[in-house]
Write a protein that binds this ligand. Structure first.
Ligand code: HEC
Ligand code: HEC
Length: 320
């Protein structure tokens, strides 16, 4: 079996756990009587997220949820299943009714299409694997059941879907990346949480051009900074040149992540706060960083930038 052990570096918390140990935990959980039922039987239809769902469907969803999902997400949906121990990030606690990767403004409830996409594609680099062998209908039954686990779904409807318009930079990739680099460093303050990827001079020039002010860099500007979240644990924003992004790596995926933000985390919603062209440009730029992920060139570049900052902050200490 393939063991996915990630190189653990300086500040970043290890996010990857060996696939084999997850499998072992799952087997242990199943053998230990982790499956069965949650003890809930639905006798009436319910209105969930503004839609009426039949009792029959909820009972089907409950059964499938217990079978497939409860080992990690817990029989009660609280994220404390027997296979959840040691998982980083931990499985979602569905009783909170809070989600990260939906294409809605941060903090709003996901639409069914969001659940379907996330469950079918999985969350890359986490224990949440792609469930692409479970029929769509069954996944949708599970999704309806998940909504019974938090009271939020009884009185709230899902957020307005954030749909990407046409890519304004098609055929102009180079221009898009340059613009995205400037917006990332000079305007959108992505580098207040994620690493910076340019020299202080370049960042300052971008900031003066776009925001009409001098840039301020964190002391560890070339590393990500750990952030609080509403999930009860801290999160390390990814360094795109070495960590996974979980919700997908295509331009559209990255656009969706940036435009929607990440619910319950420090990462805000950018749709409406920045022109769409600039959100797309940052998607191109982020994608260009993901493309060099793990390469010696990316590591060399980071080392050079770290050294340049050390030199700048220590005035004329010797260099060679
Ligand atoms: C092996 C453990 C494991 C199993 C089994 C599992 N998940 Fe997950 N799931 C996770 C982890 C870990 C996360 C959190 C990832 C993160 O925070 O980035 C997660 C997150 C989620 C999310 C939240 C997505 C968001 O945008 O916040 C949903 C929805 C979800 N899982 C549904 C399911 C469903 C449905 C099943 C069963 C078909 C399932 N999971 C089975 C580990 C698991
Ligand atoms: C206030 C802090 C903060 C700011 C500002 C911020 N992010 Fe994030 N970002 C985060 C955190 C925290 C995560 C990780 C969430 C997690 O692990 O679940 C993240 C994750 C991401 C991801 C990966 C999502 C995935 O699929 O795993 C992308 C892409 C991203 N940010 C892009 C950006 C861009 C581009 C900007 C600037 C427009 C930005 N972020 C600004 C905190 C921030």
């Amino acid at each position: 079996m393939k063991v996915g052990r990630k190189k653990v570096d300086g500040g970043a918390a290890p996010r990857t756990i060996a696939a084999s140990s997850i499998a072992a935990l799952l087997v242990a959980a199943l053998a230990g009587g982790g499956t069965g039922c949650s003890g809930r039987t639905f006798t009436k239809s319910m209105t969930l997220g503004g839609k009426k769902v039949s009792a029959r469907r909820l009972n089907r969803g409950e059964h499938l949820y217990v079978t497939y999902c409860s080992a990690c997400h817990g029989i009660k949906g609280d994220g404390k299943g027997p296979a959840a121990i040691g998982l980083r990030p931990p499985p979602r606690n569905f009783t909170q009714g809070q989600f990260k990767f939906a294409a809605v403004a941060s903090g709003q409830l996901p639409n069914d299409e969001d659940f379907l996409r996330i469950i079918q594609k999985g969350l890359h680099g986490s224990a949440m694997l792609p469930w692409n062998d479970v029929p769509e209908r069954e996944i949708m039954d599970i999704v309806q059941y998940i909504k019974t686990l938090s009271p939020k779904w009884a009185d709230k409807s899902p957020g307005e879907p954030i749909v990407p318009g046409p890519d304004p930079w098609a055929e102009r990739k180079g221009e898009a990346i340059t613009r995205g680099m400037k917006v990332y460093h000079g305007m959108a303050q992505c580098l207040s949480c994620h690493p910076a990827y340019e020299t202080k001079e370049t960042i300052n020039a971008a900031s003066l051009e776009l925001a009409k002010r001098e840039a301020t860099l964190r002391p560890d500007a070339y590393y990500a900074e750990m952030k609080d979240s509403d999930y009860g644990y801290k999160l390390m924003p990814p360094d795109f040149t070495r960590d996974h992004v979980r919700a997908g790596e295509t331009l559209e995926d990255i656009y969706r992540t940036i435009a929607s933000g990440i619910g319950g985390t420090a990462m805000p919603t950018w749709k409406g706060a920045l022109p769409d062209d600039d959100i797309w440009a940052m998607a191109y730029y982020t994608r260009s960083l993901i493309e060099i992920k793990g390469s010696p060139a990316a590591d060399a570049r980071r080392e050079k930038l770290v050294a340049s900052l050390a030199v700048a902050s220590h005035g004329n200490t010797k260099t060679n």
